[in-house]
Write a protein of this length. Structure first.
Length: 247
C-alpha cells in the first residue's frame, strides 16, 4: 500500500485547527492541483472562491450552522461557472444557449465536486486536515448574494482546511460489498436487517462536532435527517434563477 492510499483510507473530517496559518505556497499548490483536475469536454466550467473576508466567513458559518467555518485557516467555495463560455460565445456573435443549458450546469457541477475532492487528497497528503461543506447550500439565495455570483454561476461545495488540532475517531463505513455491485444494480430484501451490524457500529462512534454524544444508528439518521426543507427542495428553482436552462 502506498502513502497516498494509506492517507485516503484514514480520511476524517477535521473541524478544529491550530493557529498556524497555511503557507501561501501550500495553498497555491492545492489550487494548482484543482486546475489539473479532469474537466468535462475540457471546458473548465468550475472555479474557486477563496474566502478571506471575515464578514463573509461569519455569514457562511451562520448559513451552515457550523461556527468552526468562521475560524478555519482556509475557506474555499467551489462554483459552477459557465458564464465565461456564455460571454465568449456572445463576444464572437455565436448562440450562447448551449452554455446556459442544464447539461452545461451538470458538467460544471461535476467539475466543481471533482476539484474539491482532488484538493482534499492534496491537502491531506501535506499533513493538513479538511472538512467539506455541503452546508453552503442550506440557503442558496443568500450564498449567491453574499458571494455576488452572477448569472450562469452557482455554488457547489465548500471546503475548509488547515493544520489539525484534533484526531477524531475514524467514522465507520458500510461494508464494501453493500455499495460495490457487478454489472447490474443489486439490493438486499431488507436494508434494515442487512444494516443491523452497521447500525451497532455507528452507535459506538463519537462525532467530533459533539465529543460527549454518540451518534444515532445509521437507519435512525436516515429517518431524522432526510426530512424535506423548503430551501433545499427548491434546488432546481435556484439553478434556474441563475439563468441555467434559459432559452
Amino acid at each position: 500500500m502506498n502513502e497516498t492510499i494509506s492517507q485516503q483510507l484514514q480520511h476524517r473530517s477535521i473541524r478544529e485547527f491550530s493557529s498556524e496559518p497555511v503557507a501561501n505556497d501550500v495553498v497555491e499548490t492545492i489550487f494548482d492541483v484543482a486546475m489539473r483536475t479532469s474537466t468535462s469536454r475540457g471546458f473548465q466550467h468550475a472555479g474557486l472562491i477563496r474566502i478571506t473576508d471575515q464578514m463573509i466567513r461569519d455569514r457562511l458559518a451562520e448559513i451552515g450552522n457550523q461556527p468552526y467555518i468562521a475560524k478555519a485557516p482556509e475557506l474555499v467555495v467551489a462554483v459552477v461557472d459557465t458564464r465565461r463560455s456564455v460571454r465568449i460565445l456572445d463576444e464572437l456573435g455565436q448562440d450562447s444557449t448551449p452554455a446556459k443549458s442544464m447539461d452545461a450546469f451538470r458538467e460544471g457541477f461535476t467539475d466543481a465536486i471533482l476539484m474539491i475532492q482532488n484538493m482534499t487528497v492534496a491537502a491531506e497528503s501535506m499533513g493538513l486536515g479538511v472538512t467539506l461543506l455541503g452546508s453552503i447550500l442550506n440557503d442558496i439565495p443568500s450564498v449567491i448574494s453574499l458571494l455576488q455570483l452572477p448569472n450562469f454561476t452557482f455554488p457547489a461545495l465548500g471546503m475548509i482546511f488547515g493544520h489539525p488540532a484534533q484526531t477524531p475517531q475514524l467514522k465507520p463505513r458500510m461494508d464494501t460489498n453493500l455499495r460495490v455491485m457487478e454489472n447490474t444494480y443489486a439490493e438486499p430484501e431488507s436494508w434494515v436487517q442487512t444494516l443491523a451490524e452497521y447500525d451497532e457500529k455507528m452507535t459506538t462512534y463519537y462525532d467530533s462536532r459533539d465529543l460527549n454524544r454518540r451518534v444515532d444508528a445509521f437507519t435512525t439518521q436516515i429517518v431524522r435527517k432526510l426530512r424535506t426543507t423548503e430551501l433545499k427542495d427548491r434546488f432546481m428553482e435556484h439553478i434556474q434563477a441563475q439563468g441555467f436552462g434559459s432559452k
